[in-house]
Design a binder for this molecule. Structure first.
Ligand code: NAD
Length: 523
């Protein structure tokens, strides 16, 4: 059997031995050949050192040095944007079919390197092997999807009506120019590569500023684009802190559009401040406080499995992670009993190990956020039903491990409102489906939501009323997580997203293009 079984976030388990061996070989290779080196960033294909190097360590084991990464300066930001602007005329005039061909090659290159890249994601941010393989494959599939969109729309050139036979009218979508992409730590490949792929295939040039917790993954992603033949002027990568390099890039007057994925606080401040002198497209994909409602007419075992996978997959560090569950009173006790039992049985530990489901959280700060959340619940009279503590036995002492946690908390407590981004889920009984829906919507966020019921009327009611961009009903593979390009477009409503057009969906790519109406009178 080939190792190339397609892994998505909905893959519950993989029995393909060849796949596991390929991943394990890749871990060895990445450990011995990729980690611990110095990495300049890249402008116009040239390595640059900025004003010095910063060390990055692994959340799996703090003794593992991922690498030393150069810190870009304000001048580097200026030069990267200038380089992107300079190459824009050539790249935008490259026939779109050639761009599609080249980006498809980039997607293939990413897929070919899936095991090495996944091993790196495990070591750099702590993803389990299936989550890491899915992140890499999603990156390639996002790029493939945008290539397909370009083709399905025939390069976005639409003939229009005319007043006379001499008049030739058409609508053409054309790229904006130099596009900035700022990406988060939690999907280091997919959320750097997806927006970059969309911007590039549309004909924009790109400056990418990845998360400081995942620099090596971004630089490896860059190599895949480069090795697939992307010209040096089309993509530039700056490493450095968000507050300086990210801020300077986002606000740079030469940047024509921005895609930011990350926290609400940063995203909203950029959304307010980026387009000061002229309007600019600002695509912000932000946080979530994703609810699940469980009806008295649900398959409880299915609901528990979906909640566990969505709350504790990648340690609750998905923007789509389930963090609140409202359960109809008659089935509440049974649901909680099953949830606690299933949670207590999860394998937590080193994500490189085959049977680990929940690995570390990304930083000491995340551990502290988790501990504060638990303490606050207890202080307010809530209860920890399972988990609730740091795990520091044996080798785990060298990383950032916490136990998957289920709590009951008083109404209005901050665990019902704030995105904690750790493996902690709050549960509460509700008197009716209407109350569950009201509480589910009672949040500024609107990213994902889940529902469990066997009653078609209830399902309709949920779909009609829920305020979220991505919703799932009766999904065992993940109550609120696990969207895939071309299948579940992924984007937030309300405070979770700025555009209402979701990535990996049919309306996304157009955001990287602006319309030109062309009228030519012949003769
Ligand atoms: P973050 O906001 O801390 O950082 C995201 C990126 O912004 C990083 O590259 C960071 O360096 C940069 N940055 C930080 N401060 C900046 C500033 N002042 N100016 C410009 N750039 C700045 O987020 P994170 O911790 O990396 O990621 C987790 C967050 O991302 C969560 O809130 C999660 O919900 C959200 N997220 C949302 C989606 C989505 O599609 N809606 C997907 C993934 C993650």
């Amino acid at each position: 059997m080939s190792a190339r079984t397609k892994i998505t976030y909905a893959t519950m388990r993989a029995d393909n031995e060849e796949l596991h061996r390929a991943y394990e070989r890749a871990v060895e290779k990445v450990r011995t050949e990729w980690l611990g080196h110095k990495h300049p960033f890249v402008v116009n294909g040239e390595p640059r050192e900025g004003d010095g190097y910063v060390e990055e360590r692994s959340p799996v084991d703090r003794e593992v040095v991922v690498g030393h990464f150069a810190r870009a300066t304000r001048e580097d930001v200026d030069e990267a944007v200038a380089a992107a602007q300079a190459f824009f005329p050539e790249w935008s005039r490259t026939p779109w079919r050639e761009r599609v061909q080249l980006l498809r090659r980039a997607a293939e290159t990413i897929s070919e390197r899936a095991f090495e890249y996944a091993a790196l994601l495990s070591l750099e941010v702590g993803k389990s092997r299936l989550e890491a393989l899915a992140d890499v494959e999603e990156t390639a599939d996002l790029i493939r999807y945008y290539c397909r969109q370009m083709e399905e729309h025939d390069g976005f050139q639409v003939p229009m009506e005319a007043l006379s036979e001499k008049e030739r009218n058409r609508s053409v979508l054309r790229p904006y120019g130099a596009w900035a992409v700022i990406s988060p730590f939690n999907f280091p490949m997919a959320l750097a590569g997806g927006p970059t792929g969309a911007a590039l295939v549309a004909g924009n040039t790109v400056v990418l500023k990845p998360s400081e917790q995942a620099f090596l993954s971004a630089l490896k992603l860059y190599e895949a684009f480069r090795d697939a033949g992307l010209p040096a002027g089309a993509l530039h990568v700056l490493t450095g802190p968000g507050e300086s390099v990210g801020d300077a890039l986002a606000h740079h007057p030469g940047v024509d559009g921005l895609t930011f994925t990350g926290s609400y606080a940063v995203g909203m401040s950029l959304y307010r401040s980026v387009a000061t002198d002229r309007p600019k497209p600002v695509i912000c994909e932000m946080g979530g406080k994703n609810p699940v409602v469980v009806s008295a007419r649900a398959d409880l075992e299915q609901a528990v499995e979906g909640v566990v996978r969505a709350a504790f997959g990648f340690s609750g560090q998905k923007c789509s992670a389930t963090s609140r569950v409202y359960v109809e009173q008659p089935v509440y006790d049974r649901f909680v009993e099953l949830l606690v039992e299933r949670t207590a049985g999860l394998k937590v530990g080193n994500p490189l190990e085959r049977d680990t489901f929940t690995g570390p959280v990304v930083s000491e700060e995340a551990v502290a956020r988790f501990e504060r959340g638990v303490e606050d619940v207890e202080r307010a009279g809530g209860r920890v039903l399972v988990g609730g503590r740091r795990l520091a036995g044996g080798d785990l002492a060298r990383g950032f491990y916490v136990a998957p946690t289920v709590v009951e908390a008083p109404p209005g407590h901050r665990v019902w409102k704030e995105e904690l981004f750790v493996p902690l889920v709050a549960v509460a009984p509700v008197d009716s489906l209407d109350e569950g829906l009201r509480l589910a919507n009672d949040t500024p966020y609107g990213l994902t939501a889940g529902f469990y019921s066997k009653d078609p009327g209830e399902v309709e009611r949920f779909l009609d009323r829920i305020e979220a961009g991505v919703v799932y009903v009766n999904r065992r593979a993940g109550a609120t997580t696990g969207a895939w390009p071309g299948m579940q477009p992924f984007g937030g409503w309300k405070a979770s997203g700025s555009t209402g057009k979701a990535s990996g969906g049919p309306y996304y790519l157009q955001q990287y293009l602006r319309e030109q109406s062309q009228t030519v009178i012949e003769g």
